[in-house]
Design a protein around this ligand. Structure first.
Ligand SMILES: [Zn+2]
Ligand SMILES: [Zn+2]
Ligand SMILES: [Zn+2]
Length: 89
């Protein structure tokens, strides 16, 4: 994993964690997910690109919310969509 910082990740002062370990959109359509990501702008938790619906990426494109955090237990990293940057925290 290439560790690159960007302004969006630097702007994250306190990492938002998932309120529930589920993809809000998948729950509505009764779909399944693989991994979860939490949006650092609005706090919504959605599914990753390995999941059939890729809700986190769709959310980032639709809203331009740039940064997500992994919502997986034991994982401590942030990812910025526009800069394709990843950072441990
Ligand atoms: Zn960025
Ligand atoms: Zn989903
Ligand atoms: Zn968001």
């Amino acid at each position: 994993m290439n560790e690159v910082m960007c302004g969006h990740i630097e702007d994250v002062r306190e990492v938002k964690h998932p309120l529930a370990r589920e993809c809000e959109e998948c729950v509505k359509i009764r779909s399944r997910w693989v991994h979860l990501r939490t949006c650092q702008t609005c706090g919504v938790t959605l599914c990753c690109d390995s999941s059939p619906n890729r809700h986190a990426t769709k959310h980032a494109r639709a809203t331009t919310h740039p940064v997500v955090a992994s919502a997986e237990p034991g994982e401590r990293w942030l990812y910025c969509y526009p800069d394709d940057a990843i950072a441990q925290y």
